[in-house]
Design a protein around this ligand. Structure first.
Ligand SMILES: C[S@@+](CC[C@H](N)C(=O)[O-])C[C@H]1O[C@@H](n2cnc3c(N)ncnc32)[C@H](O)[C@@H]1O
Length: 233
């Protein structure tokens, strides 16, 4: 239903509404646990965080490195990435997540922490970060829930949300088939890397670095990390 003839994710307004409603319904039935966030693969969380941490450390060594002031965790769920990756590295971490129960649980999961900033209960398709607020905007395992147009719109808004030297990081499953693959159960798509990069380019971002996550069990989608900045910068 969502795979366009040109391999993009195209939707009519009605399909779009159904796409988001189904996803929200799916996530409302998922336990607010690490295992729930990772589709029963909670045991890969440590490897995932290690890979992300190494990637971020490389970014901090760049000439025009991002600062360590404030990060945004997008599609944050219960705050798994916030707690284990971002809180140790940044002074303040904001979260944006469409499921209110996950956000509520994030307060408990992250625990009492002066670094926890704003918690925005909002879909990324409706979210506009405050101008110039973030050193790093981290999006992980959520972009498959956005249509192509909303993905582009969201990242255009993210460019405005970055501080000087700031970066956007995308960590996502990608297909090896060269095709968009649809998951009707959770109402998401998995895109091939070329399409993901094309959409990010159309948002006005250029890729500074990319890396494949290693150490995950065979049979899972490949996972790519991209660090991006405004093409115009
Ligand atoms: C696979 S989980 C990943 C959670 C977290 N990023 C992690 O890595 O632990 C996907 C998360 O995206 C959220 N989500 C789904 N659609 C969304 C949307 N349109 N906007 C924001 N969050 C969304 C879900 O509620 C869920 O918390």
């Amino acid at each position: 239903m969502f795979e366009g003839m040109d391999n993009s994710v195209e939707t009519s307004e009605c399909q779009e509404e159904t796409f988001y409603k189904h996803a929200a319904k799916y996530w409302s039935n998922i336990p607010a646990t690490v295992d729930g966030m990772l589709g029963g693969f909670g045991f890969i969380s440590h490897t995932d965080i290690q890979g992300s941490s190494k990637f971020l450390q490389q970014l901090f060594k760049m000439k025009d490195a991002p600062g360590r002031g404030r990060a945004l965790d997008c599609g944050a769920g219960i705050g798994r990435v916030t707690k284990h990756l971002l809180v140790p590295l940044f002074d303040q971490v904001d979260l944006v997540e469409q499921n209110p129960a996950f956000l509520e649980q994030a307060r408990e999961y992250v625990g009492p922490c002066r670094k926890l900033g704003e918690l925005y209960g909002c879909g990324l398709q409706d979210f506009v970060p405050e101008e110039g607020r973030y050193d790093v905007i981290w999006t992980q395992w959520v972009l498959g829930h956005l249509t192509d147009d909303h993905l582009i719109q969201f990242f255009k808004a993210c460019i405005g949300g970055l501080r000087s030297g700031g970066v956007v990081v995308v960590k996502e499953n990608v297909t090896s088939s060269g095709r968009v693959e649809v998951d009707a159960e959770d109402s998401s798509v998995t895109r091939p890397p070329a399409l993901l990069l094309e959409l990010l380019g159309r948002a006005g971002l250029r890729c500074l670095r990319e890396q494949r996550q290693t150490g995950f069990p065979a049979g899972l989608y490949p996972v790519k990390m991209y660090a991006l900045r405004a093409a115009a910068s």
